[in-house]
Design a protein around this ligand. Structure first.
Ligand code: NDP
Length: 471
C-alpha cells in the first residue's frame, strides 16, 4: 500500500501519463489488461521514477495507499465501464476513480452518480495534448466534486502544462463538466483545422502558390495574431517533401477522418439550441471529403469561369481566418455557457481559456485575449461584444467579405469562412427574417407569434377573415 496513484490502461496515453506522474515524484502503480504493456514500461522506463507494476487488478488496487486513487486510460465506451466495474468492486468508500479517457459527458454523469451511491468518488477528467502532452504536460479538465478535486487537484496541477507559472488544470465543475469542456475543446480544434485548410486551399487555388511558399506564409502568420501550435505545424506539414520528392500534402488521400468528439459537440449543441456553425461546418466538411463516390459523380458539374481578383489576397485571407476563428471560439464558449446553465455546473469561462493556453492542440496566444475578455466582464453575452474582439472584427470584416466573395467566384469551397461571416452578419442585424418564419409557422400550424408593439402571443385567422386575436 505505497503507491500515491495508479494508472490502469497503459497504451500511448496511459503509459506517458504514468511516466509524467513518476517524473514528478509520485509512486505510481501500473496495470494493463494484457500484462505485456506493463512489462514493457518496466523494461523501458523503470529508471525514470518509482513504479509498482501489478499483474492483476486486485494486486493493483492492493498496492495503492488509502484513500486510493486510480486513473483509467482505456478505450472510451464499454471498455471504460468494464474497467470501472472491476475497480469499484475492489475499492472501499472514500476511494477515487479518475477517467482520463475521452468519455462522453453523459456517460460521465451516469458513472459519477452510480459510483457516488457506492461511496466512491468519480472524476471524469478531459486530458488534451496527445502523446507528447501526456508525457510532458497536458491540459487537464477535471470534473467531479469539489471534495475530490481538493484531493486530486494538486497532483494533476503538478503534471499539467504550465504557462506563465499557471498550471493548465482547474476544477471545471461537477460530474460531467470536465468531459463536456474537453469535448467542446475538440470541436474547436476541428474548426481551427478547417479554417486553416480553407486558407491554404484558397491561396493555393487563387494564387497558384506551392506548398513550400504557403508554408512560408503560415510561418509569417505565426508571428502575429494567429500565433498557435496548429499554425506552426501547418507550416511544417506544408514544407515536408516525402521520399519520392513530392510535397507530402499532395500525396495524402484527401479524406479527413474523425473519431467522434466533433460530432458529439455538434449533437450536444443541437440539443442545447446553440448555433456552433464553425464546428458543424468543420465536421460536415470532413464528412463530405469522405464520400469519394459522390465526389466522383459530381466531378463534371459546371464550375465558375471567374478569376481571382488582383488584390492583396494573402493579407485578406489572414484577416478572414482570424475573424472566423473568433466566431468559432465565441460559439464554443456559448455552448459551454448553455451547458453550464442546463446542468448547473457554474463553469468559469475565463478559466477554461486559461487552461487551454498550454499543453493542448488549440494552444495559442489568442486564448489570453479570451481570458482577458471574461476577466473584464464575467457575464459577457458573446465574445464578439468584447471591445478587443469587436475591434478585430471591425478591422477584418471588409477583407473577410472579399475573401468569401472571391472564393465563391473562383469556386473554392470555404464553408468555415462563409458561415462564420453569415453568423457575424446574423448577430449584427437589427431585424432578422425570423419574423417571416414566425408568420409562416402561424399560417400553416397556428404556432402563434409575439409582436414588437404589444405583450402576449397572437394568432391570425389565416383561413378565415384574417383578423388577429390573442392566443
Ligand atoms: P486506446 O484508446 O487505443 O486504448 C487502448 C487501451 O485500452 C489498452 O491499454 C487496452 O488494453 C485497453 N482496453 C481496451 N479495451 C479494454 C477492456 N475491455 N478492458 C480493459 N482494458 C481495455 O489508448 P490511448 O492511449 O490512445 O487512449 C486512452 C484514452 O485516452 C482513450 O479514451 C482516448 O480516447 C483518450 N485520449 C487519447 C488521446 C490520444 O492522443 N491518443 C488524447 C486524449 C485522450 P490492452 O493493452 O489489454 O488491449
Amino acid at each position: 500500500e505505497t503507491a500515491d496513484i495508479g494508472v490502469t490502461g497503459l497504451a500511448t496515453m496511459g503509459r506517458n501519463l504514468a511516466r509524467n506522474l513518476a517524473h514528478h515524484g509520485y509512486v505510481v502503480a501500473l496495470h494493463n489488461r494484457s500484462e505485456s504493456k506493463t512489462k514493457q514500461i518496466m523494461a523501458d522506463h523503470s529508471d525514470e521514477g518509482a513504479f509498482l507494476p501489478a499483474s492483476s487488478m486486485a494486486e493493483f488496487v492492493a498496492s495503492l495507499r488509502r484513500p486510493r486513487r486510480a486513473i483509467i486510460m482505456v478505450k472510451a465506451g464499454p471498455a471504460t465501464d468494464a474497467v470501472i466495474e472491476e475497480l469499484a468492486a475492489l475499492m472501499e468508500p472514500g476511494d477515487m476513480i479518475v477517467d482520463g479517457g475521452n468519455a462522453h459527458f453523459a456517460d460521465t454523469r451516469r458513472r459519477e452518480a452510480a459510483l457516488k451511491e457506492r461511496g466512491l468518488h468519480f472524476v471524469g477528467a478531459g486530458i488534451s495534448g496527445g502523446e507528447e502532452g501526456a508525457l510532458n504536460g497536458p491540459s487537464i479538465m477535471p470534473g467531479g466534486s469539489v471534495e475530490s478535486y481538493r484531493e486530486l487537484g494538486p497532483m494533476l496541477e503538478s503534471i499539467a502544462a504550465q504557462v506563465d507559472g499557471v498550471p493548465c488544470c482547474v476544477h471545471v465543475g461537477p460530474d460531467g463538466a470536465g468531459h463536456f469542456v474537453k469535448m467542446v475543446h475538440n470541436g474547436i480544434e476541428y474548426s481551427d483545422m478547417q479554417l486553416i485548410a480553407e486558407a491554404y486551399d484558397l491561396l493555393r487555388q487563387a494564387l497558384g502558390r506551392s506548398p513550400a511558399e504557403l508554408a512560408e506564409i503560415f510561418r509569417e502568420w505565426n508571428r502575429g495574431d494567429l500565433e498557435s501550435y496548429l499554425i506552426e505545424i501547418t507550416a511544417e506539414v506544408l514544407d515536408h517533401v516525402d521520399a519520392s520528392g513530392q510535397p507530402l500534402v499532395d500525396v495524402i488521400v484527401d479524406q479527413a477522418e474523425q473519431k467522434g468528439t466533433g460530432r458529439w459537440t455538434v449533437a450536444s449543441a443541437l440539443d442545447l439550441g446553440v448555433p456552433v456553425t464553425g464546428i458543424a461546418e468543420a465536421v460536415f466538411a470532413r464528412a463530405l471529403s469522405g464520400h469519394p463516390e459522390q465526389r466522383a459523380a459530381a466531378r463534371n458539374l459546371e464550375g465558375p469561369n471567374g478569376t481571382a481578383p488582383n488584390y492583396s489576397l494573402v493579407e485578406d485571407v489572414r484577416l478572414a481566418l482570424y475573424a472566423s476563428k473568433i466566431i468559432a471560439y465565441a460559439q464554443g464558449f456559448d455552448q459551454i455557457t448553455a451547458a453550464s446553465e442546463e446542468f448547473g455546473w457554474n463553469i468559469d469561462r475565463g478559466a477554461m481559456a486559461t487552461i487551454w493556453r498550454g499543453g493542448c492542440i488549440i494552444r495559442a496566444r489568442f486564448l489570453d485575449r479570451i481570458r482577458t475578455a471574461y476577466e473584464a466582464n464575467p457575464q459577457l453575452p458573446t465574445l464578439l461584444a468584447d471591445p478587443t474582439f469587436a475591434e478585430a472584427l471591425t478591422e477584418a470584416q471588409q477583407a473577410w467579405r472579399r475573401v468569401v466573395s472571391t472564393a465563391a467566384q473562383i469556386g473554392v469551397p470555404t464553408p468555415g469562412f462563409s458561415s462564420a461571416l453569415a453568423y457575424y452578419d446574423g448577430l449584427r442585424r437589427e431585424r432578422l427574417p425570423a419574423a417571416l418564419i414566425q408568420g409562416l409557422r402561424d399560417f400553416f400550424g397556428a404556432h402563434t407569434y409575439r409582436r414588437i408593439d404589444r405583450d402576449g402571443t397572437f394568432h391570425t385567422d389565416w383561413s378565415g377573415d384574417r383578423t388577429e386575436r390573442p392566443a
